[in-house]
Design a protein around this ligand. Structure first.
Ligand code: HEC
Length: 141
């Protein structure tokens, strides 16, 4: 194994998560994600904020942003571990991403007081969002 890869894997092991190139295979909680709750989080402009950047099969959302890719069909093109990793900390896939890391606290030095030392979504909320995204396998409604 090349030394850079070995160092990267050691750092990941130290960080206590099973993150890797294949994403996060292990669910964050013992309770399976609830897609209906996930749908609420994704489409709630006060909570998930996802639609600030993402369009998708969300007819109930009047205005959706275009900074991120359309989430239509994302459940078909990304695996579950991959989706989980993207929500937990999108910086693993793209260090320069503009997508917020929803279940990480490292590096967020000047977030508002409300968010200091806490995560944007709880572990269960991440599982709910992932379960919902996995259902988005079809074309736009
Ligand atoms: C500030 C903008 C922004 C917000 C808010 C945001 N994202 Fe993203 N998202 C992006 C961008 C940009 C990408 C493309 C990857 C990159 O540039 O890192 C992305 C990529 C993704 C992907 C991979 C899409 C694909 O086609 O492979 C998923 C899934 C995703 N986001 C889900 C979400 C969910 C769910 C939320 C809310 C909990 C969310 N995003 C909030 C900007 C955002």
């Amino acid at each position: 194994m090349n030394p850079t890869l070995r160092a990267a894997l050691a750092a990941l092991a130290l960080s206590g998560t099973a993150a890797g190139a294949d994403g996060l295979a292990t669910p964050l909680t013992g309770t399976p994600g609830d897609p209906a709750r996930g749908a609420q989080i994704v489409t709630d402009p006060q909570h998930g904020l996802c639609t600030l950047c993402h369009a998708g099969p969300f007819p109930q959302v009047a205005f959706t942003g275009t900074l991120g890719p359309d989430l239509t069909g994302v459940g078909a093109r990304r695996t579950l571990p991959d989706l989980r990793q993207q929500i937990v900390d999108s910086r693993r896939a793209n260090p320069d991403t503009i997508m917020p890391p929803y279940h990480a606290t490292e590096g967020l030095t000047r977030v508002g007081e409300r968010w200091q030392g806490t995560t944007l979504l709880t572990a269960q909320e991440v599982e709910d969002v992932v379960a919902y995204l996995a259902t988005l396998t079809g074309d736009a409604p």
